[in-house]
Design a protein around this ligand. Structure first.
Ligand SMILES: CC(C)(COP(=O)(O)OP(=O)(O)OC[C@H]1O[C@@H](n2cnc3c(N)ncnc32)[C@H](O)[C@@H]1OP(=O)(O)O)[C@@H](O)C(=O)NCCC(=O)NCCS
Length: 149
């Protein structure tokens, strides 16, 4: 099992992962390509024996002290095995190295698996956005302080 930076050659496998994990919210291919090649994001993939099993994309804006988890996913058949934690660990350590004071994100209020992963990693609920997702679900906004922990 290996976490490494994404490469443009991962695009096809990433699109398959995206469509499996986010049936109603998948990024279009052009957005995925942009995210892979965009210099101000940290995009990592988890692979095992050449198989892409997960990914995380952290937006790292220049003028803000808080980074944003834009996407995290683990292939459906591999979920529940703590693989998301491996992506989270690497991503948190990179965010700290880059000097961010915190990380924020939005998650579907009904996405229990993701919310449990975030709570376990010190993220706290800070608000809601009504009807944020294409399926009409509300978003829960969460934040993790990186300075105090
Ligand atoms: C959210 C996600 C990245 C978590 O990764 P993971 O490797 O499955 O994470 P974990 O194994 O640590 O599981 C997280 C929690 O969800 C639970 N869980 C995971 N998959 C589950 C499943 N299929 N059914 C029920 N519970 C599940 C785990 O028991 C765990 O809860 P716990 O901390 O109380 O033990 C992954 O489930 C996923 O890719 N989901 C689809 C994409 C998505 O929703 N991404 C988040 C967008 S904000």
């Amino acid at each position: 099992m290996n976490v490494r930076p994404v490469h443009i050659s991962d695009l096809n496998a990433l699109m398959q992962l995206e469509e499996e994990c986010f049936p109603t919210e998948a990024f279009p291919r052009r957005t995925m390509r942009y995210l892979i090649q965009k210099s101000r994001s940290v995009f990592l993939v988890l692979e095992n024996q050449g198989q892409l099993l997960g990914s995380v994309c952290l937006l790292t804006p220049k003028r803000h002290r808080s980074a944003r988890i834009y996407s995290i996913s683990v292939a459906p058949r591999q979920q529940g095995k703590r693989l998301g934690q491996q992506l989270m660990d690497q991503m948190l350590s990179i965010a700290r190295e880059r000097g961010y004071s915190g990380i924020h994100l939005e998650v579907d209020e009904e996405n229990d698996a993701a919310i449990r992963l975030y709570l376990r990693n010190g993220f706290q609920p800070i608000g809601h956005i009504r009807g944020y997702y294409n399926n009409g679900h509300n978003a829960l906004k969460m934040h993790r302080d990186l300075l105090s922990v």
